[in-house]
Design a protein around this ligand. Structure first.
Ligand code: GAL
Length: 423
């Protein structure tokens, strides 16, 4: 009698242990709730002004919450990831992925998905309810064939015209230009006042300027159509955009090629340039430089694009074969959290990917961005991977590079037509 009782207890105990084991293994497969151990290697291109500081905020939380794990910051310098993406491609080809890497939501992310380099992370979304707190338009850009592949940390705006209010006043420019003719008039006034009218940096920043001019010239709907299959790039709208781009380049600094985006943006807050068209990471940089929004710098939608939010989003992935997969999952879980997004974004100069941010943490510029994101039409950024993948971007880079030498608008358009056909 006693013996049967004993056996029954042992059996029940074993069953309970099995259930606990099954439960913990299942959680480990999705997202663990315990702290990570071992090294976590995170790959990005955030090393420069404003950018590294944002990342450091998240690293600080990581270190505090995961004391048993070491963080390896594998960031490769160079704005817009120009160098980093090349290094990453080599590593992925050599089956040497980091535990998590930065990739833009949209066409750029799809490159990695289609190449079979990423794991879907739907379980993480289910477990932590990320899909409920992120905008649908953004979710659609990180979803492929019904599966989600990354955790977006932010939403950046590309079409921002930054200006120095004091310089504008001295040059007799009453307000930030809104239309193309107003822009040209303002640039001429700045030139006459002896400052750099439009600060510019290395080639990717010139493509960044170009996408703003293209959007302004053809409008949001036609801009969106240009990235669809079979789009007509030889139309007069594109031609006008290229002509305007050429025109506006005449108002830029001659040493652009040797300047980073930070160098170019800084010319504005230093009072040496009137305007700069750059993404709102410039707001992060200005904040780091202790410059005050609406005092040391002002902003507006880049001329002709008011009411459209040309957006992009930095997201992080779970590469197949990540050496420390468990830690990578913890990292992604942290990135999707409100506490990480509200620590990262006010410093990075972006609005959070989550809809439940605490607006009081964000400066005047970001408060305006939070409002605009809700009400504006959307257009995806070219330079930052939303509308065109890496190969198409590279083909456009080549056409642009040749144009910057020749200034031949016709040849540039032919180059863009060919690039679109190949894509
Ligand atoms: C973008 C990136 C931003 C910012 C910028 C300049 O591609 O999405 O987060 O880092 O480049 O480097």
């Amino acid at each position: 009698m006693h013996r049967t009782h004993g056996r029954r207890w042992i059996l029940m105990g074993a069953l309970l242990a099995l259930m606990v084991l099954v439960a913990t293994t299942a959680t480990a497969g999705t997202a663990r709730t315990t702290a990570a151990t071992g090294e976590l290697e995170v790959f990005s291109w955030w090393t420069g002004g404003g950018e590294a500081a944002g990342l450091e905020k998240v690293i600080a939380i990581w270190k505090k919450e995961n004391p048993g794990s070491t963080f390896k910051n594998a960031a490769v310098a160079g704005g817009a990831g120009t160098n980093a993406k090349a290094v990453l491609a080599q590593r992925l080809a050599a089956n040497d992925p980091p535990d998590s890497f930065q990739g833009h939501a949209g066409a750029e992310l799809q490159d990695y998905i289609k190449a079979g380099q990423l794991e879907p992370i739907d379980t993480l979304y289910k477990q932590f309810g990320f899909a409920k707190v992120m905008p649908k338009q953004l979710l659609s850009q990180i979803t492929y064939q019904g599966h989600i592949y990354s955790v977006p940390v932010n939403i950046h705006r590309a079409n921002v015209l930054w200006f120095n209010p004091k310089v504008l006043k001295q040059a007799g420019i009453a307000k930030a230009p809104n239309s193309w003719p107003q822009f040209i008039t303002a640039l001429q006034k700045a030139k006459d006042a002896g400052v750099i009218p439009l600060a510019l940096g290395e080639q990717w920043t010139q493509k960044h300027l170009f996408e703003s001019v293209l959007l302004a010239t053809v409008g949001q709907a036609r801009y969106a159509a240009l990235w669809k299959k079979g789009a007509n790039w030889s139309n007069p709208g594109v031609r006008l955009a290229l002509t305007r781009f050429k025109q506006v380049l005449e108002f830029t600094n001659t040493d652009a090629a040797s300047l980073t985006w930070q160098d170019a943006s800084k010319l504005v807050v230093d009072g040496k340039a009137a305007f700069n068209i750059m993404g709102d990471w410039a707001n992060g940089y200005f904040t780091e430089l202790k410059k005050k929004a609406n005092v040391d710098y002002g902003w507006a939608a880049s001329p002709g694009t008011k009411g459209t939010y040309q957006w992009l989003s930095d997201s992080f992935t779970l590469p197949k074969g990540a050496p420390n997969r468990a830690a990578a999952i913890e990292w992604l879980k942290l990135l999707g959290s409100k506490r990480a997004q509200d620590a990262f974004n006010p410093v990075k100069g972006s609005i959070p990917a989550r809809k439940d941010a605490n607006p009081s943490l964000y400066n005047a510029y970001l408060k305006s961005a939070l409002r605009d994101w809700k009400t504006n039409r959307l257009a995806g950024s070219l330079t930052h991977g939303v509308v065109a993948n890496n190969a198409w971007n590279t083909a456009i880079d080549t056409a642009l590079g040749l144009f910057l030498q020749s200034k031949d608008v016709g040849k540039f358009q032919t180059g863009l037509v060919t690039a679109a056909k190949k894509a």
